[in-house]
Design a protein around this ligand. Structure first.
Ligand SMILES: Nc1ncnc2c1ncn2[C@@H]1O[C@H](COP(=O)(O)OP(=O)(O)OP(=O)(O)O)[C@@H](O)[C@H]1O
Length: 835
């Protein structure tokens, strides 16, 4: 076996690497740089250098971030900066865990006894850039400071605590820039009152700055005077956040259950931690009270409050105008749900058996703080870490009418069942709004629906229109946005204001979009409230320990010849890579290997043709967009409950939201151009904590295989992966094939497959089918060979069938056509009615 490990000291795999934080222009620049490099035959080392250069050019150092620069320092031939003369180490520096550079970079030692506390503080004020095992890298940006301000951390606190944790004095440029950046943050709020959007502040300068801005002036309702009110916002410190009995009880239980995690920075915990670390002396006294004030909310109750109303349809433009990159008065969304007399309380409590995990509790504490008000914002937890329960707890804490938006009907189903599973609640108030379920919900309800059900549509059914009208006419206590990274899409973002909600909670594992619109979320939804570290959760056993392996599959001669001949026919080339018979055989071998170990396996393929071909040849169940909902649920239930049902094939519809805690092996035979977000979400299917796990700490208990056709364009996608063990050969593969031949082991089958691809006769592709919005495909009948024993049938039929007889229905299919080709091909075809 030839194997090699890529540098693990590079950015943390998949969920966080440098490109995640780039603006579109920075991404463009990356692409440009990469193209140039490729043109000049870049070597692997050059590629690494390219990444570094790009990162230095990224938006994190763009001027509006305001954080200092290092241009006045000399660099050596490798670009390293010697700062020993500029930054003097404190005498007790080994006991302080961070180093801050003048350009706002922060390095954190993960082996420090106060790592957890320092981490919690840094994640609240800075963006994680790269979090390998021993030293993490963070960067302070204006957005991260906005997030800090919105959870109540004051400018002075940021500087004081950074200074205390830092091995040197805090560099002056950083001090200056933090002050400049934060002096306006946390001053202006956007609140919803009686279905009207109100901008509020108790800062006179802020109100005059806002009203000088033409966009805001235009958004202000003409006859709405600027209201002045003595006394300002309700006193937060008088407000004791009692929380809901069950939620608090659950938190208390968690705290007790996880005391050893030392999540709160108590003096005893620090001292004990320091004592336990022999090499390190005691933690300096001045950082012992680090957290005493961090969560305190400094409500300025004596000041005058100014407010004015803005038009609903202008909310987004006002939010964008106030963002750090523009007016620099980012709007904070807070909901004083405990005092809201208008919306009736729902009878919902967490069950006493529900025990939150420490990171779930921590993320919710950032949302609710000690003030009891709910802050809008985003919580980032790795896939499988339990975002659903985090959202369910937020809803059950606020106890007001709630709406949950998800990416698929399966996710809707899961949210509904998680509400019933974790809460004492009348099940009749948990409602779905999906294409099969359009019943009008009761007034006080928790409604779960897909984004696409609410997106603008031309021919909406009457029932659906009635439900949407219901949703728009009411105020909602909380709107939970699952997979929040989908929200910036043009057709979804309007939903955030069309359906008025007091508080918005975005949940995601991957705050990444390849189109660079991720920054919009910070004003559309709110700042990032919390982000857990994948490695910490793995080490604590909350998610599985996954071994990621990239398997290089050479191509058969016939396929490779066609691949080389394909030249610019990128679609054909991609198809040949995915359907490479050696890849199919490797996949079959891995399935056999893991089935024999009693593992539960998922095979992923974006390519429906490959998915169906392999699944059918191996006699396995598959789920793609064409499988009706009811059948999907049935297959998933059987997979979850039947021990002998070991392998399931999925198309990209299962990339996220499918909760399959049993699955521990994932084999990916095709991916969407190597998208990191997609891979991270897929990885999430096997990241769930394993029941009855018998592996020892440090051993892997889950496997992610990505099969890549060697010397093809798939190898280029693969270079984006950073922590995969590369295998060019699977030991035992040939022996297994001799004992039991593989489905695509014969030349006959391989030739048959190739000729099908070349003739473009593939269900799932080309003119043979078309996809609708939700990924369902309409298949045209096909003929001859034995690749699809039961998939499709061509039937001779009579004219009466066209009018609905014989269980047949008409379907119009819009075929995918190349640009500039004859436009639209509409096929009239017959499909068997799903019922
Ligand atoms: N505190 C908890 N106690 C017990 N089980 C939990 C807890 N939190 C989450 N789980 C379980 O962990 C599994 C994964 O949770 P969930 O589906 O919410 O993950 P997720 O973060 O939404 O993942 P994805 O992004 O992949 O959909 C579920 O089976 C859930 O019931």
């Amino acid at each position: 076996m030839a194997s090699s490990k890529r540098s693990s000291s590079q950015a943390e795999a998949i969920d966080h690497d440098e490109e995640d934080f780039k603006t579109p222009s920075a991404v463009q620049k990356t692409k440009r740089t990469k193209r140039t490099k490729r043109a000049s035959n870049a070597t692997a080392n050059d590629e690494e250098e390219t990444e570094r250069i790009d990162f230095e050019d990224s938006d994190l150092t763009r001027p509006d971030m305001g954080i200092g620069n290092t241009s006045s320092f000399e660099t050596d031939e490798y670009g390293a900066i010697d700062m020993r003369h500029a930054l003097e180490l404190k005498p007790d520096h080994p006991n302080r865990p961070i180093l801050v550079t003048p350009d706002g970079q922060i390095f954190l030692e993960t082996f420090s006894p106060i790592y957890k506390q320092a981490y919690d503080f840094l994640i609240a004020i800075a963006e994680p850039i790269c979090r390998p095992e021993h030293i993490h890298e963070y960067r302070i940006t204006s957005y991260s400071l906005y997030a800090a301000a919105s959870v109540g951390i004051q400018t002075d606190d940021i500087m004081k605590y950074l200074d205390r944790l830092c091995k040197t004095d805090l560099p002056l440029p950083v001090r200056k820039d933090i002050r400049t950046c934060t002096e306006r943050y946390g001053k202006v709020k956007l609140v919803l009152r009686s279905n009207r959007y109100i901008v509020e502040t108790n800062d006179e300068k802020a109100i005059s700055d806002l009203l000088k801005n033409p966009v805001i002036r235009n958004a202000k309702i003409d006859d709405s005077e600027v209201q002045e009110q003595r006394g300002g916002a309700p006193s937060a410190d008088k407000f004791q956040f009692e929380g809901q009995a069950a939620a608090d009880a659950a938190r208390l239980r968690t705290s007790q259950a996880h005391q050893e995690d030392g999540d709160e920075l108590s003096d005893e915990a620090l001292v004990a931690a320091a004592d336990a670390t022999e090499e390190l002396a005691a933690v300096p006294k001045d950082i012992l009270d680090l957290y005493d004030r961090v969560d305190e909310f400094a409500a300025d109750t004596d000041k005058t409050l100014f407010s004015f109303e803005i038009k609903k349809e202008h909310v987004e433009s006002v939010q964008a105008e106030c963002a750090p990159s523009r007016l620099d008065y980012p709007l904070i969304g807070e909901y004083d749900f405990r005092r809201d007399q208008k919306l009736r309380d729902l009878k919902i409590d967490l069950k006493p058996t529900c025990i939150l995990r420490p990171y779930q509790e921590k993320s919710l504490s950032k949302m609710f703080g000690r003030t009891g008000q709910a802050r809008s914002g985003i919580i980032v937890l790795p896939c499988g870490a339990g975002k659903t329960l985090t959202g369910v707890t937020a809803v059950s804490t606020i106890k007001k009418r709630a709406i949950v938006l998800c990416t698929s009907t399966v996710a809707v189903e899961q949210w509904c069942s998680e509400f019933r599973r974790w809460c004492n609640v009348d099940p009749s108030i948990i409602r779905k709004f999906t294409r099969d379920d359009k019943e009008l919900p009761p007034e006080d309800c928790i409604i779960c629906c897909t984004y696409s059900m609410l997106a603008p549509k031309k021919n909406r059914s009457e029932e659906a229109a009635r439900v949407i009208n219901f949703l728009r006419k009411r105020e909602w206590g909380i709107m939970v946005l699952d997979e929040v990274q989908t929200v910036p899409a043009a057709k979804f973002r309007a939903l955030l204001t069309e359906i008025p909600s007091h508080c918005k909670l975005g949940l995601t594992a991957t705050l990444v979009r390849e189109d660079g619109k991720i920054d919009d979320l910070r004003f559309l939804v709110g700042p990032k409230l919390y982000e857990a570290n994948w490695m910490d959760l793995q080490a604590a056993g909350h998610i599985a320990r996954v071994q990621c392996i990239e398997v290089w599959c050479r191509m058969t001669e016939g396929f490779y010849e066609e691949y080389l001949r394909g030249k610019n026919r990128i679609h054909l080339k991609r198809q040949l890579c995915v359907c490479n018979p050696i890849k199919f055989m490797y996949c079959e071998y891995l399935i056999r290997l893991h089935e024999a170990r009693q593992d539960k396996i998922i095979v992923f393929s974006d390519d429906k043709f490959a998915l169906r071909t392999l699944a059918m040849q191996m006699g396995k169940e598959h789920i793609d967009g064409d499988v009706p909902d009811r059948q999907r649920h049935d297959i998933i239930n059987r997979y979850k409950t039947t021990p002998s049902f070991r392998t399931i094939f999925f198309s990209k519809i299962a990339d996220n939201a499918f909760d399959l805690p049993e699955a521990n092996v994932l084999i990916q035979i095709s991916s969407h151009g190597g998208s990191r977000r997609q891979e991270a979400q897929r990885l999430g299917r096997i990241l769930r904590k394993k029941k009855n796990d018998r592996t020892k700490p440090g051993e892997y208990n889950a496997y992610f295989y990505s099969l890549v056709s060697q010397d093809t364009l798939e190898m280029a996608y693969a270079t984006k992966r950073q922590r995969f063990l590369v295998m060019k050969y699977l030991p035992g593969f040939e022996d297994e094939g001799r004992t039991r031949p593989y489905a695509f082991g014969t030349e006959h089958k391989q030739t048959q497959l190739l000729s099908r691809i070349l003739a473009n006769k593939m269900p799932g592709y080309g003119v043979c089918c078309a996809q609708d919005e939700e990924g369902r495909t309409s298949i045209v009948g096909d003929d001859d060979d034995d690749l699809y024993p039961a998939a499709v049938q061509r039937r001779a039929t009579s004219l009466s069938s066209f009018s609905g007889a014989n269980n047949m229905v008409y379907q119009e299919i819009r075929a995918r056509t190349k640009k500039n080709e004859c436009g639209l091909i509409v096929l009239l075809c017959l499909a068997v009615c799903p019922e």
